[in-house]
Design a protein around this ligand. Structure first.
Ligand code: ADP
Ligand code: MG
Length: 150
């Protein structure tokens, strides 16, 4: 990938627990200031992966998509977790009002569901996780691509 030392890898999961487990692994490895873009259609498992990620960080309170509040932050883990669901965001100004810059460029880790809707504010070194279904492979099959890891 463009010789920048960043890798891409693909993980196949066949049950929600497996996607959750990938989230746990990523959460354990997460570093301060990272932004993870979670790409994929409704119902592919972005929130399932986020729930695993939160567990990997040591967060015990329940994590759900902040569809109406857009941002939910969790402070009890190894690093602060800022979980964005920007599905209902109208424009970037709204993201500024929410204070996304303190999240993206602070000491915590950010996860963004529906990143394509706020593309212009995403850091260049963001990690991208794309989850895809393939119904020919079964209802619970997911192909997960992780891009931008060290
Ligand atoms: P999103 O946040 O992408 O809209 P959710 O994580 O809320 O999606 O929901 C994903 C749904 O798909 C859950 O009901 C989950 O049980 C189901 N599912 C089935 N197979 C998988 C899998 N392999 N990985 C993740 N979720 C799966
Ligand atoms: Mg979701």
């Amino acid at each position: 990938m463009e010789g920048n030392g960043k890798k891409a890898r693909t993980v196949i999961t066949k049950a929600p627990q497996e996607t959750f487990a990938l989230g746990v692994e990523l959460g354990k490895k997460a570093k301060p200031g990272q932004v993870y873009c979670l790409n994929g259609d409704l119902g592919v498992g972005k929130t399932v992966l986020t729930q695993g990620f939160a567990q990997g960080l040591g967060i015990r309170e329940p994590v759900n998509s902040p569809t109406f509040t857009i941002l939910q932050s969790y402070e009890e883990g190894r690093l602060p977790l800022h979980h964005f669901d920007v599905y209902r965001v109208g424009d970037v100004e709204e993201m500024e009002e929410i204070g996304y810059e303190d999240c993206f460029y602070g000491a915590g880790v950010s996860l963004v569901e529906w990143p394509g809707l706020v593309e212009e504010i995403l850091p260049e070194d963001a990690l991208w996780i794309t989850i895809e279904k393939n119904l020919e492979m079964g209802f619970d099959y997911r192909k997960i691509t992780v891009e931008g890891e060290d």
